[in-house]
Ligand binder design. Structure first.
Ligand code: MSP
Length: 651
């Protein structure tokens, strides 16, 4: 079996996770699910980075033990990933004993190979980035020395440190980049790395002595190992290196390190050099993505816009956030998380295109085939058009997903969603349904629609796992989780004969006029904050748009009230005997006793839903439902504008 090892950066535990840090983890999850569907044995790794000065300072500010802070925040990351249904195979922590042992083993090997020497470090250090900077690299603002990466003030450091001979690997790295042109992506990020290599790498200080929150240097425990060296080793320690040979040899080298653009240097230059030093193979690819802003602003805790992903998920749903991130933000480039755009995408792509397609189709299967999936038989030219598009979409989708071009993959998939909707207009099932001789053709049309929906469900499953399962459940596919498999991405595999489950539409329209957004601007300070009140999605969502076929499933009839009496022991219920003309007599129970006296009801012509499933109210059978208009504490029955026979159909 082919393997695929994909990693995220390990997250600093000085602050809570936000939508920016969740982005990489969501992408990693999408890639993992996609690869699993394609038959790979996947190992998906994420975790937390818990050593170093930054964490120590955060713990001091809270007046707690650093380990306590790490446990608390690492736990928050772990829980969030569970809530976001991230399917990581392991969660590594740099304060795990096993990881710390691996770090020492690794550094020991570097020492043995003569790649580490003692020297004096004099230069700048940025604690938030945990990065060393030289005099030439540093920038100045308002008379202060600031970090060229994050813009915060840097500290001057003078220490006796151990150094890694990074410069020794400048040429081997250049060679590696040349021989593996896809090693770093996107291309423009690779070029930034090549530029650094052109100007020549300098040796790197890899220990500190002024604090002790880290892994002790094996040969000199007064020193702790530089947090980045410690952190990068997580990618092999998580596989049990060096003890667990089996696991390590199965998955190493990593197929993909997913990272943000600002930590590219560490992953594309320093980490490969460290691996060369100990003689391990290099990862196959480093992909550096861009940064997210929120409603146009940089995400930062001090700006107050570090949106809690849970709030977004609560308001919109996990799949919607995942869809939006993949559809609107081009992977690799910077992008803006805009709630307005998210809502627009939701209403157009998910409600109008996808959810309506599924609901329309299943309503017609219900109407014309009593919900049973028919056998396809009579074909027409337009079917070939649909099938050709399905095949070309599968090909394009896979090609794009393999290149991590998620936006493109979704664009091509939505071409199929839209064409499948169009196929309904082209085949006009409502006309076929009127003519008994066209039943076979109608069966083919319905089958093709559902089969296309099934394939769409499979293809969206890595990005929208819940939606895929909902689609499979509606199509009565058994063991839907197991169904997500490459083998099933083929035309014609939908099983006929089963009954579909229409249920609720997958997505309901958001009424933008009534919808309270989750991310709001605090006007006075120009800051953002999350809505404190929990958005109640279901309450504010407008009714779904339905088409005529869906409405026609409701059999509305005029009924004449013959008898009416209060249901004993009930304050609300009245039992009615109705005349429905050609449909015969009916008993229904209605909750109208607070508004009508039974004797005043006799003789009235009311409107009822005649094809409602029978139900029992206070033990009395009710075979239908009357229609009434209600507002506040007022209720009136719907009647007809003139005399008409009982049983008359309303359309
Ligand atoms: N601990 C290091 C990584 C060590 S990996 C061996 C670190 N941690 S971090 O918590 O600061 O950042 C983790 C990841 O989150 C980085 O890839 C970073 O790019 C990403 N993001 C943080 N904020 C982000 C956005 N606003 N947008 C997109 N990604 C962002 O660096």
């Amino acid at each position: 079996m082919k393997k695929f090892y994909v990693t995220t950066p390990i997250y600093y535990v000085n602050a809570e996770p936000h939508i920016g840090s969740s982005y990489t983890t969501i992408v990693g999850d999408i890639i993992s699910r996609y690869k699993r569907m394609r038959g790979y044995d996947v190992f998906y790794l994420t975790g937390t980075d818990e050593h170093g000065q930054k964490i120590l300072q955060a713990a001091k500010a809270k007046n707690i033990d650093p380990q306590e802070l790490c446990n608390e925040l690492s736990g928050k990351f772990k829980t969030l990933w569970e809530e976001l249904q991230i399917t990581n195979d392991y969660f590594v922590r740099t304060t795990d004993e096993q990881h710390m042992k691996t770090v020492q083993f690794f550094v020991e090997k570097m020492l043995e190979n003569g790649d580490i020497y003692k020297g004096k470090y004099e230069g700048w250090y940025c604690v938030p980035c945990e990065t060393y900077w030289t005099n030439e690299e540093i920038e100045e603002k308002d008379g202060k020395k600031i970090c060229p990466s994050c813009g915060r003030e840097v500290n001057w450091v003078e220490e006796e440190n151990y150094f890694f001979r990074l410069s020794k690997y400048n040429e081997p790295l250049k060679k590696h980049f040349k021989e593996n042109p896809d090693f770093v992506e996107p291309e423009f990020r690779k070029n930034e790395m090549l530029k650094i290599l052109e100007s020549g790498l300098k040796d790197l200080s890899i220990t500190r002595t002024t604090f002790n929150w880290g892994v002790p240097m094996p040969n000199d425990p007064k020193h702790v190992i530089y947090v980045w060296v410690d952190a990068l080793i997580n990618y092999v320690s998580a596989l049990g290196y060096p003890e667990n040979k089996e696991l390590f040899e199965k998955y190493w080298p990593a197929d993909l390190h997913l990272i943000g653009k600002e930590i590219n240097r560490f992953h594309s230059l320093i980490w490969p050099a460290m691996l060369m030093s100990v003689g391990l193979p290099l990862p196959k690819k480093v992909f550096a993505h861009g940064w997210l802003t929120v409603n146009g602003q940089k995400i930062s805790k001090s700006l107050g816009n570090a949106i809690d992903p849970r709030v977004l998920v609560k308001a919109y749903g996990n799949d919607v956030i995942r869809y939006y991130l993949m559809r609107d933000i081009v992977f690799g480039k910077d992008g803006d998380f805009s709630e307005d755009n998210l809502i627009t995408r939701y209403n157009s792509d998910l409600v109008n295109d996808l959810s309506n397609l599924v609901h329309r189709t299943l309503s017609m299967v219900n109407k014309y085939f009593d919900s049973k999936i028919p056998e396809p038989s009579e074909k027409a030219e337009v079917d070939n058009q649909l099938h050709d598009l399905i095949n070309s979409t599968i090909e394009k989708y896979e090609n794009y997903m393999d290149k991590y071009l998620f936006t493109h993959a979704l664009e091509s998939l939505w071409e199929l969603v839209r064409f499948t909707n169009k196929y309904i207009d082209l085949t006009e099932p409502w006309l076929l349904g009127k003519d008994e001789s066209k039943k076979m053709r109608l069966a083919t049309v319905m089958y093709n629609l559902m089969d296309s929906i099934r394939i769409i469900g499979l293809l969206i499953s890595p990005i929208m796992p819940d939606t895929a399962i909902k689609i499979f459940e509606k199509l009565s596919i058994e063991e839907p989780e197991k169904y997500i498999n490459n083998e099933n991405i083929k035309i014609g595999l939908l099983q006929s004969g089963k009954k579909v489950n229409i249920g609720d539409p997958i997505f309901k329209r958001i009424d933008v006029k009534k919808w309270e957004k989750v991310i709001v601007m605090k006007k006075e300070e120009g800051k953002m904050e999350e809505k404190k009140v929990e958005a109640k999605k279901e309450e504010i969502m407008e009714n779904v748009l339905i088409d005529i076929d869906y409405f026609k499933n409701v059999d509305l009839r005029v009924a004449k009230i013959l008898e009416a009496e209060k249901v004993k022991k009930s304050k609300k219920l009245i039992k009615l005997q109705l005349d429905l003309g050609e449909l015969g007599k009916r008993q229904i129970v209605a909750g109208i006793a607070n508004y009508y006296e039974p004797e005043n009801l006799i003789g009235k012509r009311i409107i009822i839903v005649a094809n409602l499933k029978p139900a029992k109210l206070m033990g009395i059978e009710s075979n239908g439902m009357l229609l009434a208009a209600k507002i506040n504490d007022k209720l009136v029955l719907l009647t007809t504008d003139g005399d008409i026979e009982p049983g008359a159909k309303i359309s």
